[in-house]
Design a protein around this ligand. Structure first.
Ligand code: GSH
Length: 331
């Protein structure tokens, strides 16, 4: 009995030491002044084409005509925790993407990166005349924020906080092709074990059963109701600006924060349900306008094929009236 307890405590301490030495750790968002990491290009973006936050930064760089080296980092959804690799943790000890490396100096957190690109770098494009981010754009950038420590906190105030909940069904489908060993590595090294636990549950239960687990279902339903309210506010703002963009005919950086929300709602099977054309004509026009911009190509180029496959599979489950998934989408 005593020996068992000692072995348990030793194992627990070893795991703690292992996490402390090799795991992700919280660090403050922004420019990591004083840090230098190896680099080849002036701008290197560590990102993943499925990551909502990465997409914001890719669009911001493309809109500013900044050439960057794209460094793909795997997420567990695309196969493994590349975010927890030793070399990546040197760039972002949080173990989250995206991170921009500018002349060897890391900048972490998507909104900090967008702010840096927009206000600190000057204009690389002839069309861009102002470095000030207008108030309406700042409003929506803030609304679309995804908190690093509590990504689903503030569903009622933040559109961005509704995104993880609404992506849970898609995450669950993607988990089916992920190995258990990759998930266990996440449990050992990730900074936020709640995130990893959901993936473990989804892997064990499968997409159809995991969405029936009460707290998960409640979270998805709350996110769905809240998103509709945020979109109503957006529809009003677009009516005021006379569109197609937030402040009228000129595109601004807040527009790209919203475009990645639309893309996520679409690939996760929600767009037509929470944002139908007849109720949200201006929001839909906004999305259409954003998709025709040249910057959109950067997202298409980086789009991982396994996301498209999973989105198709989810679409089949959600529209097959005999599945539990359909019950979630078509209440
Ligand atoms: N506030 C951060 C949030 C970063 C974040 O949560 N990134 C997600 C992808 S959108 C991530 O790295 N997830 C990996 C994981 O949780 O293991 C930002 O805006 O960059």
């Amino acid at each position: 009995m005593m020996i068992g307890l000692v072995i348990f405590l030793v194992l627990l301490m070893s795991l703690g030491l292992f996490r402390h030495r090799y795991g992700a750790k919280p660090v403050v968002a922004g420019v990591r002044h004083g840090e230098r990491v190896p680099h080849d290009a002036e701008f290197e973006l560590y990102a993943n084409g499925f990551s909502h936050c990465s997409r914001k930064t890719m669009l911001a760089l493309a809109e500013r005509d900044i050439t960057f080296a794209y460094r793909h980092v795997d997420l567990i959804e695309t196969g493994r925790y590349g975010t927890l690799d030793k070399d990546y943790l040197r760039i972002n000890p949080n173990g989250l993407i995206p991170a921009l490396v500018h002349k060897g100096v890391p900048i972490i957190d998507s909104d900090e990166i967008v702010n840096y690109i927009t206000t600190q770098l000057g204009s690389h494009s002839e069309d861009v005349t102002s470095l000030e981010i207008p108030e309406r754009h700042r409003f929506w950038i803030e609304k679309c924020r995804l908190d690093s420590l509590d990504p689903m906190g503030g569903i009622d105030t933040h559109l961005g906080a509704c995104i993880p909940g609404l992506t849970l069904p898609l995450f669950a489908v993607m988990m089916q092709s992920v190995s258990f060993s990759a998930l266990i590595r996440g449990l050992a090294l990730h900074n936020d074990r709640k995130r990893v636990m959901f993936f473990v549950m989804a892997r064990l239960l499968g997409p159809e059963r995991v969405v029936t687990v009460k707290p998960i279902r409640t979270l998805i339903e709350r996110s769905r109701s809240a998103v509709a309210l945020h979109l109503r506010e957006l529809e009003r703002h677009l009516a005021e600006s006379e569109g197609p963009y937030l402040t009228g005919s000129e595109f601004g950086i807040g527009d790209s924060a919203l475009s990645v929300v639309y893309l996520r709602l679409e690939e996760a099977g929600w767009l037509d349900l929470v944002c139908p054309h007849r109720e949200f004509p201006l929001v839909r026009k906004h999305y259409d306008a954003l998709r025709t911009r040249r910057s959109w190509e950067v997202l298409l180029d980086a789009y991982p094929p396994r996301v498209a496959e999973a989105a198709e599979k989810l679409g089949e489950l959600a529209t097959n009236k005999t599945t539990k998934m359909a019950g979630l989408f078509f209440l």
